[in-house]
Design a binder for this molecule. Structure first.
Ligand SMILES: CC(C)=CCC/C(C)=C(/C)COP(=O)(O)OP(=O)(O)O
Length: 389
């Protein structure tokens, strides 16, 4: 399933190339150029028109391609091209990850699940500018801990997820990641709670490891993006508990904060540099990072439909919410979700082009890192046994 530029559906139809990397876009021209490049957009654009459209207008950008996915019946996903595959590096990170998870207190069957998920492989694919297994381990640990919290606290009824227990559990998760000050007699029971739950131990340990390799600003952006994600989990819990499920727009609004944006906050840490906070939080950069995070999480929804629908209390999922709203088939809702995904990727691509004018090597590297994360995220989902039905 690995997609390289050579293997993917070509998107080059001979139109004008995008500006070269690092070439400033003339003042005032970027928006107009991007608007011209944007072509017909909007969520109603039919997938049938999609491929010819961006082939005509986006020009030959060798960093992107349309990939056939799943059983090949749904429209292609427009994705960045994968940067590297290094199976030996992935295996090394996965070995270290499983040993660490055992120390955190995960049971044998859970360790098997963590090995099978291949979070080491995920981070090897998603962070191609990092060859250091110890740095990659930070991302593997945090992604594994986030997924453990998501599965065990939020999503999987079979594994003990309980919507009414979720908010207090997440309040403890925040304390595990972002230590609260000593609070007299109240600190002892908190510490016991933080040590007594493998999910909390893993979150705390992952952040400790991150802290040894990053700045306070980098640590706090990881924490606070996680806490925003937790608010979305609380929204899903309310919807599932009451049985009043969200419309697609309500779900998507929550999903923007519950996305791989959180994972992408680690891009520069693993790259061994720091994107300064005022660039990280620049609205144009934040929008691009959200587009990248949400696009990748829509890939997750596309691959998770069967798993999410199968829970005794169905998990919210963009395909399922669209199907419910429009009373349409899963195939039609899948097509709409692919279209939405592809629009986010094209919007990211256009925003990236505009940001090429900013003379910051860290920003340019970070933007390429976001793009690489989308490519690695797609590849991991497409090849992962977790999402095979
Ligand atoms: C940042 C991170 C890895 C958080 C975990 C939650 C998240 C953003 C997911 C992608 C999980 O979403 P979901 O629960 O739909 O994922 P699965 O389908 O269960 O893999």
């Amino acid at each position: 399933m690995t997609h390289t530029a050579a293997e993917q559906v070509p998107t080059d139809a001979g139109s004008e190339p995008p500006p070269p990397r690092g070439c400033p876009i003339p003042a005032g021209g970027a928006t107009a150029a991007a608007a011209l490049l944007a072509g017909p957009s909007g969520l109603g654009t039919s997938a049938a028109r999609l491929l010819p459209w961006f082939a005509r207008t986006a020009g030959p950008d060798p960093e992107y391609a349309a990939v056939s996915w799943g059983d090949g019946t749904a429209p292609p996903l427009y994705c960045p091209v994968l940067g590297r595959v290094n199976d030996a590096l992935a295996a090394e990170v996965d070995e270290r990850l499983v040993a660490w998870a055992k120390d955190c207190g995960f049971a044998d069957d859970e360790l098997k699940g963590i090995r099978k998920a291949g979070f080491g492989r995920l981070v090897m694919l998603a962070h191609p500018d990092c060859d250091d297994p110890d740095l990659l381990l930070i991302a593997a640990q945090l992604n594994a801990a986030w997924w453990a919290a998501d599965d065990l606290y939020a999503d999987s009824t079979e594994l003990g997820a309980d919507p009414t227990a979720l908010p207090p559990r997440l309040a403890l998760a925040m304390a595990a990641m972002d230590p609260v000050p000593p609070s007299g007699e109240f600190s002892g029971p908190l510490e016991a709670a933080l040590r007594g739950d493998r999910v909390l131990v893993s979150l705390r340990s992952g952040i400790d490891h991150l802290t040894r390799h990053s700045t306070p600003a980098q640590v706090q952006r990881v924490c606070y993006s996680t806490f925003s994600m937790f608010v979305s989990w609380d929204a899903y819990a309310a919807w599932r508990h009451t049985g009043v499920y969200p419309t697609a727009w309500e779900y998507l609004n929550a999903r923007h904060h519950d996305s791989f944006y959180t994972s992408m906050t680690l891009v520069d840490v693993l790259g061994g540099y720091e994107l300064p906070a005022n660039l990280f939080y620049d609205p144009r950069v934040r929008r691009a990072a959200f587009q990248a995070g949400t696009a990748t999480v829509l890939v997750n929804d596309l691959f998770s439909v069967a798993k999410d629908a199968a829970d005794e209390v169905p998990v919210c999922n963009m395909v399922l919410q669209i199907a419910a709203d429009r009373k349409c088939s899963i195939a039609e809702a899948t097509e709409a979700t692919v279209e939405l995904h592809n629009q986010f990727v094209r919007d990211f691509q256009a925003g990236h082009r505009e940001l090429l004018a900013v003379p910051s090597p860290e920003l340019q590297r970070f933007m390429r890192g976001l793009r690489a994360w989308m490519a690695g995220g797609y590849e991991w989902h497409a090849t992962n046994p977790r999402y095979r039905t």
